[in-house]
Structure formats: structure tokens, C-alpha cells
Design a binder for this molecule. Structure first.
Ligand code: TYD
Ligand code: MG
Length: 466
């Protein structure tokens, strides 16, 4: 039981705001009815329960006199990185796992977080690294069942089913592994904190301890975090501030592909994505996402067009679908799947005003096939062409790819990295590329073989091509 003097405070369960008394609405995040009373321990263990003092003391573990240093005197040992040899994961991590780093992996239940991390553990153990996988959710037998579907495991991987933080800390200190995986921070609890597992205080305390272990012993720690229905890691936002890297694993539960996205990374860029496919024998890397996204694109159907988008430094081709039909009620229905509805409404207004299309009495449904979510402006032209094609009920020529940003006066504006986009389209066997005229001029003569580029200046020009 807790030593020291126990007091209680109220914590907002959505952002972690602390208050001495209960409040109906959180003044920090404006959430209603989110305050829960939790006991906090003052004194006793000397360990901070609110995470404030931990930041200062975490590097050393003990209190010493602080010595500020000039930059020039800081020795630069190359921060060591370990490759998992799962290329898509290494890329999102910024080129492998940094020793002593804390990585949070968030995602919906059943999306494949445990599978991904178990596969990473397998690869790491195969490089004779010592790996400790701690699960608070599944029994050893359940993990073994999953492991058997994935393949053979080296003996460097040790498993532990435990939720008690003090026991886990002891186990980590005893086995001294190089990599630790904590399968779900929400199941972990510390005896020092008397509130229930998954509450703000528990999650914060647990993360704090792993932070100290990671920095103090140079262990890389992966933490799995559950996601609330709002799409953020359950429990406090503070979790995201404490860790070095935050990755989200997302995807449509009904489609088999999954996307790993970096949202924060102290050791690399955040605009990389990794694409995986869930198979019977675990997650497989998808090295060429465009081919994957375009598979199943109907031929000769109106309202369907291939568009080219950019995710980080990767070009991804995907199919934009639109269905436009006469509305049967007074107010037309508009729906967007995988893209921003406001943008779709805006683009339809542009079509109406600048290209003379009668859309105000039409329902419209726009969908990015494959379940991708993309809000890049370069998708505009694809959406416009798909809507126009469906409205006119005339298909867009086969093997045509489009990209470009559309402005309010109906002009088609240049986008970045046009050359890469055209190259990707040519690689996949597209023969015509409709792109902003300004991009075509800049590209002049610098084109891959087998593809013809057509520059357009306005949406009217583009629609005339249908
Ligand atoms: P899991 O990794 O347990 O998800 P999370 O930890 O994010 O909750 O993945 C569970 C899903 O993945 C489950 O619905 C079954 C599926 N799956 C496969 O399709 N193939 C496999 O080889 C494995 C291990 C899981
Ligand atoms: Mg799991």
C-alpha cells in the first residue's frame, strides 16, 4: 500500500488537468463531466506522481549539482540505431530504433499493434538482441498462439505477463534487455497510486517509470496505447509529451491494409508513412502502395479517376470515385469518405460557378477507394474530374492520371514534386497525365518514357478532356 501521506485531487480524464475540486467542465480542454477523483501520494516514495519533477531528474536518477555546458563541449557519440529490418517500420522511426528512446504506438483495438510489435521483436531477437515483451492484456498461451502464426522465434525474446509496475521494473532491472515492449500502458498499475489502471495518474506514473528506465539504462521502450473514440491515445495527452516518438497505426478495419504514421519524432521526420497488409501469417510490408490502391479500379466507369498524391516523400496513386445524382429531397446530400467534406463542397461550388455545371440540385458522394485518408490540395483536380465525369455520365479515358490544386476562380495551380508524381504514374503504366500548365512548363522535356503530359489552366480545360 502507499506509503506517505495520501491526498486526493481531481483529474480531467481527457487532458490530465489537475484541480483541487470537482468541476463540470474542464477549463483546459473544455470537455464536460471528465473529472474523476484520484488519490495522489505526496512524499513517501519520492517519486513524482504528476510528472513535473521527473523531467528534471530523469537523466541522472539521483539529485546532483547541475552543470550547464557549452554546446562545443558536448561529446557527439553517434546516437546508435538498431534496424528492425521491417523496412516500413524503420522508415517511420526515422531509420531504426534509437537506443534509450521511448516510442508510443497508438491505434484502434484489433488494428494490429501487438502483431506489429511482436514481429519487430522477432526480427530484433534474430539479430541476437535481448528483447523483453511485457503483456498486460494476453496470457502467455495467447501470445504463443499469435507467435506461431508469425513464424520461428529466436531465444533472445523473453515474454512476461504482468501488470504490476514494481514487478515489471524489477524484471527489467534483473534481465537488463536492450528492447522492451509494454503491451498497453492502460493495463499497467503502480501500487504507489491508488486509482484504477488506465486512469490519468496511473498512466502518467507508469510512463514516468518507463521514461526513467529508458533514459537511465539506455533501453529502447515501445509503449502500446489504446485510442479513444475521438482518435487520440486514451488517457492524458501528457503521454504524448513525455515520449520521444508517437506513431499511429491506422486503417480501415474492413480493408486489409494498415498505415503506420509518425505524428511526433524527436529523431527524424514525421511525414513518413509505412504501409502494411494484414495477412493470415501477420503483417506484410507493402512496398508499392500505388499498385495496391489501384487494384480493383473499374474500367470504363464514369466518376472514377486515378489521382496522384504525396505522403511525406512518397507518391501514392489512388482512385477517386464520385457519384452525383439528382436529389430527391429539398436539401442535397453531400458526403466525403477519406477526404475533407468542406473541400468537396468548395470544389463543387467552383464547378458550378466557373464551369457552368448545375450541381446545386444534386446529391454527391466522393470516396477515396481503399480507405486512404488524404487532404492534400493536389487531390483537388482528381475530385473535380471525378464529380464532373459522374455528372456527365461519361468515363475518363483509361490509363489517365490527374493531379493539381484548384483555386476559387477555377484556376488550376501548380503543386510540388510534379516530376516524381509523373514518374510514379509512368512506372505504373499510365499513358496520359493531366496536370497544371505551370507544372508542365517547368517539366518540359524532362519526362519519363511512355507518358504524355497535358497541361490545364482551369477546371473548364480539365473538364473538356472528359
Ligand atoms: P492485434 O495485433 O491483436 O491488434 P491490437 O494489438 O492492435 O489490438 O491484431 C488483431 C487482429 O489481427 C485480429 O483481428 C486478427 C488479425 N491477425 C491476422 O489477421 N493475422 C495474423 O497473423 C495475426 C497475428 C492477427
Ligand atoms: Mg493488442
Amino acid at each position: 500500500m502507499a506509503k506517505g501521506k495520501a491526498a486526493s485531487a481531481f483529474f480531467c480524464q481527457s487532458c490530465g488537468y489537475e484541480s483541487a475540486k470537482w468541476m463540470g467542465q474542464c477549463p483546459a480542454c473544455r470537455e464536460w463531466n471528465s473529472f474523476v477523483e484520484e488519490r495522489v501520494v505526496t512524499g513517501g516514495s519520492g517519486r513524482s506522481t504528476n510528472g513535473r519533477s521527473a523531467q528534471a531528474g530523469r537523466m541522472t536518477g539521483t539529485v546532483q549539482t547541475a552543470h550547464p555546458m557549452p554546446l562545443s563541449e558536448i561529446s557527439m557519440q553517434q546516437s546508435e540505431r538498431v534496424l528492425t529490418h521491417i523496412g516500413e517500420l524503420d522508415r517511420v522511426l526515422g531509420g531504426g530504433i534509437v537506443s534509450g528512446s521511448l516510442v508510443l504506438v497508438g491505434g484502434d483495438p484489433g488494428i494490429g499493434k501487438s502483431t506489429l510489435l511482436l514481429q519487430a521483436c522477432r526480427e530484433l531477437a534474430a539479430q541476437s538482441l535481448s528483447v523483453l515483451y511485457i503483456s498486460g492484456e494476453e496470457s502467455l498461451q495467447q501470445i504463443k498462439l499469435r507467435a506461431m502464426r508469425i513464424g520461428e522465434f529466436a531465444d533472445g525474446l523473453k515474454l512476461l505477463c504482468e501488470t504490476n509496475l514494481e514487478a515489471i521494473e524489477q524484471a527489467i532491472r534483473d534481465t537488463n534487455p536492450q528492447i522492451v515492449v509494454i503491451d498497453s500502458i492502460q493495463t499497467m498499475y503502480s501500487e504507489q497510486v491508488s486509482s484504477a489502471p488506465g486512469s490519468v495518474s496511473q498512466v502518467r506514473e507508469s510512463t514516468n517509470i518507463f521514461l526513467q528506465l529508458a533514459k537511465g539504462l539506455g533501453i529502447s521502450v515501445f509503449i502500446v496505447g489504446h485510442v479513444t473514440k475521438e482518435g487520440t491515445v486514451a488517457g492524458p495527452r501528457v503521454l504524448e509529451h513525455m515520449v520521444d516518438t508517437v506513431l499511429y497505426f491506422e486503417g480501415d478495419r474492413h480493408a486489409s491494409y494498415r498505415i503506420l504514421r509518425g505524428v511526433k519524432n524527436r529523431f527524424g521526420s514525421t511525414d513518413e508513412i509505412g504501409v502494411f497488409e494484414m495477412r493470415r501469417e501477420g503483417l506484410a510490408e507493402v512496398k508499392n502502395p500505388s499498385e495496391y490502391m489501384l487494384s480493383g479500379k473499374p474500367e470504363g466507369a464514369s466518376g472514377s479517376v486515378a489521382a496522384c498524391s504525396l505522403e511525406g516523400t512518397r507518391t501514392i496513386l489512388l482512385e477517386v470515385q464520385a457519384l452525383v445524382c439528382q436529389t430527391s429531397f429539398g436539401i442535397p446530400r453531400r458526403q466525403a469518405n477519406g477526404t475533407d467534406l468542406n473541400r468537396v463542397n468548395l470544389l463543387m461550388a467552383v464547378l458550378e460557378k466557373r464551369a457552368g455545371m448545375q450541381l446545386s440540385g444534386c446529391d454527391a458522394y466522393v470516396n477515396l477507394a481503399g480507405g486512404m485518408r488524404i487532404t492534400e490540395p493536389a487531390m483537388d483536380l482528381g475530385i473535380v474530374m471525378a464529380v464532373a465525369s459522374s455528372h456527365k455520365n461519361r468515363p475518363i479515358a483509361e490509363k489517365t492520371v490527374v493531379f493539381g490544386e484548384v483555386g476559387l476562380s477555377g484556376e488550376v495551380r501548380a503543386v510540388s514534386m510534379a516530376k516524381q508524381r509523373v514518374a510514379e504514374a509512368a512506372k505504373l503504366g499510365f499513358t496520359v497525365c493531366i496536370l497544371p500548365e505551370a507544372n508542365r512548363e517547368a517539366l518540359k522535356g524532362d519526362l519519363p518514357e511512355g507518358i504524355r503530359v497535358v497541361g490545364v489552366k482551369s477546371v473548364a480545360d480539365a473538364i473538356a478532356m472528359i
